[in-house]
Write a protein that binds this ligand. Structure first.
Ligand code: 13P
Ligand code: SF4
Length: 341
């Protein structure tokens, strides 16, 4: 197995090592303050796996969109701080309307979710009348309110199958991610999936040529792929799943090396938890979601102190958007979390 040569850093001067020590002390004090405030306010901190590892580490729960929504739905905390992007905090609020929900950094949006507006969806539905709409959770409350079913990357195939059966149809509409839609089509061939042309810019920046180069460099590696990746990358995969499913598959496998084709936060989580294994993100410099990386520890502290604006949902959207999200909670799960041998 070949490894990159170690990065040799110049040794720290006494002045710079003193600065480093005080930066570490400040960070430690901030982490302790967050833990104290969290207890005082009876808060639940949720972090998506694409967040910085230090943000994931102060959270009560890290995971994928489905797991975090489920935790938001069942919590008895008074306050939910969501470290993720806007649609995630909106989903948590819809599932738990009595709670105060903060998006830790209120500027964190999702460009894929922004690719479809309510008006766009109305036009898409008008082009394909009479078909049920399955919306990826990566959508606004307005879009969910116009949709019949909701899914995450962890349950998309199960929900698509369920939706077609429940409605007694052989075709459904899927918005907005064309890459997830195409993957669902391979898993649910009995249902025609007519999809919208949205995509995740972060996953689309990943180059298949880089994946192939890494496979040649590490022939023993397993390739773990998120379904938001483009088809040529998914075609090479040993395992396709949500971010939590990727983490579980890597932890359960005996392989020493993993090429992790999704946003870099997943490799960072795995490297922290499994130091004996090697995790490599293809096209790493581009496979970073700028929105997910906006959240810092300071944002969490500020939210715990109430220096943030709570998520509010327009009253006319609450009932239809909640019905859409809750549709996925009643679908039985079927996803594998082990690598194929
Ligand atoms: P999951 O959380 O379902 O793995 O999806 C990733 C994502 O796009 C979050 O923005
Ligand atoms: Fe949106 Fe992609 Fe970032 Fe997820 S990784 S928040 S889908 S842009």
């Amino acid at each position: 197995m070949s490894h990159c040569p170690p990065l040799v850093l110049p040794s720290a001067s006494p002045a710079s090592s003193g600065m480093l020590a005080s930066a570490n002390e400040r960070k430690q004090a901030l982490i302790e303050e967050i833990h104290t405030l969290k207890r005082e306010k009876n808060a639940l901190i949720l972090a998506h796996l694409y967040e910085r590892v230090d943000v994931q580490d102060v959270a009560d729960v890290w995971g994928d969109s489905l797991g975090l929504s489920q935790r938001a739905a069942e919590t008895d905390a008074d306050l939910i701080i969501f470290c993720g992007v806007h649609f995630m905090a909106e989903t948590a609020k819809l599932l738990n309307p009595a709670k105060t929900v903060y998006l830790a950094n209120p500027n964190a949006g999702c460009p894929m979710a922004d690719m479809i507006t309510a008006k766009d969806l109305e036009a898409f539905k008008a082009k394909h009348p009479g078909l049920p709409v399955l919306a990826y959770v990566n959508t606004s409350a307005e879009v969910k309110a116009l949709s019949d079913y909701c899914c995450t990357s962890a349950n998309a195939s199960d929900v698509a199958r369920f939706a077609a059966q429940e409605c007694g149809v052989g075709e459904i509409l899927f918005v907005p991610d064309r890459n997830l839609a195409r993957y669902v089509q391979t898993q649910v061939p009995e249902v025609k999936i007519t999809y919208y042309e949205g995509f995740c810019p972060t996953h689309m920046r990943m180059e298949v040529a880089d994946v192939i180069k890494l496979q040649q460099q590490y022939p023993e590696a397993a390739l773990l792929v998120h379904p938001e990746c483009d088809d040529p990358i998914k075609d090479l995969a040993d395992f396709i799943g949500s971010t939590t499913a990727i983490v579980q598959a890597a932890k359960a496998s005996d392989k020493p090396v993993f090429i992790v084709a999704t946003e870099d936060g997943v490799s960072q989580r795995l490297a922290a938890d499994c130091p004996e294994k090697l995790f490599i993100t293809p096209t790493r410099a581009s496979a970073i979601c700028p929105n997910m990386k906006l959240t810092r520890l300071e944002n969490i502290r500020n939210s715990l102190l109430g220096n943030n604006t709570p998520i509010e949902i327009a009253p006319h959207l609450v009932e239809p958007a909640t019905r859409c999200i809750e549709s996925m909670m009643r679908v039985p799960r079927g996803e594998k979390v082990r690598l194929n041998p």
